[in-house]
Write a protein that binds this ligand. Structure first.
Ligand SMILES: [Zn+2]
Length: 333
């Protein structure tokens, strides 16, 4: 069986900037940005939330065409079955087994069935959009580990990393979810919890790279330092050649965004028009000192490995040359 879809998978812990990275990639010709596909099966097929284009999922012409091509219509997807599969394979606790050199027989059938849904969806999206590359910003490391076993997916991971203290501050803030048309808010985490998640998720992507999957680490702060150059390099990583004209939408300090068909994710997926690109260092002032120290201590080995300064006095200018490897926090199988 040949590869049917070239996938750029944006991974990392939430609030690390992956939505912005995805939005910029989605402006490139040949790229179709899908949002967080991991949530599509529930929030879109079942709950009929809003697409990035503003339409309800069921009313969006793009997703309607994708569903027809991939599954003969979305009613062809057994969402209960998919939830069960997800529980049995796509969880962080399964990563040590999914990281093995050979997929354990007990997991094989479920992993293949689960990944097959994604492969069909990616192929259909690329076909409907006329794109060479699809971008899935699902972020979950366990999903990337499942997709690595699909013979149909040409998987390339972009591991988006942001300073753990900025991530922790972001997780303490209240963010509304406009797509739910109600009073719904995004999840919040305590600094302790986000520090532990930051370490575990980032370690999982470092381990995935050591398993031979193409993984390119992208520090969000560096991305914002020169977004045009970074978008060009990500395009090359995805196997696309882009011209200067293709990059005209992005400069050093802003990007011009058009509406896309992001299925789910951060509310920033709805933004269109001119968007300022600047580093958000609010956490340096707004994250209480005790929390800053706690997160800094928990995440110290990997912050150092990724080239982040450990004292906030230096935090505005992270080192330019990260050390090569991070400390793995997940057992290798
Ligand atoms: Zn749409």
């Amino acid at each position: 069986m040949g590869k049917v879809a070239r996938l750029l998978f944006l991974g990392g812990l939430g609030r690390s900037g992956s939505t912005l990275v995805e939005r910029l990639l989605g402006e490139l010709p040949g790229v179709c940005a899908l949002g967080e596909v991991v949530h599509l099966w529930q929030r879109d097929i079942v709950d009929d939330e809003r697409c990035g284009c503003g339409e309800r999922f069921s009313g969006c012409p793009f997703w309607t065409a994708v569903g027809e091509r991939a599954f003969g219509g979305w009613s062809g997807v057994d969402t209960e079955r998919l939830h069960a599969l997800r529980d049995s394979v796509e969880r962080t606790r399964h990563i040590p087994r999914l990281a093995a050199a050979h997929l354990p027989a007990a997991l094989r059938g479920d992993v293949e069935e689960y990944a097959e849904h994604y492969a069909r969806l990616y192929e259909a999206a690329a076909s409907v959009a006329g794109a060479e590359v699809v971008v899935d910003s699902s972020k979950h490391s366990a999903l990337a580990y499942c997709l690595r076993w699909s013979p149909e997916i040409d998987l390339r991971v972009v591991h988006v990393v942001r300073d753990a203290r900025g991530v922790a501050y972001s997780w303490t803030k209240t963010v509304a979810r406009p797509e739910a048309d109600g009073a719904a808010e995004m999840t919040r985490y305590s600094p302790t919890r986000s520090a532990l998640l930051w370490t575990a998720h980032n370690a999982a992507f470092d381990l995935l790279a050591r398993r031979g999957v193409p993984v390119r680490r992208l520090r969000y702060e560096q991305f914002l330092a020169d977004p045009r150059r970074e978008v060009r390099e990500l395009a090359a990583y995805a196997g696309l050649s882009v011209s200067d004209a293709d990059l005209a939408f992005v400069t050093a300090d802003h990007a011009d965004l058009t509406a896309g068909h992001s299925a789910a994710g951060n509310p920033m997926r709805f933004a269109t028009g001119r968007l300022a690109l600047r580093r958000d260092d609010a956490w340096v002032r707004a994250l209480p000192r005790a929390h800053r120290r706690l997160v800094g201590a928990v995440c110290a080995p990997m912050l150092r490995a990724y080239g982040y300064p450990l004292t906030t006095a230096q935090s505005r200018q992270p080192a330019q040359t990260p050390q090569p490897a991070a400390t793995p926090q997940i057992e290798e199988a």
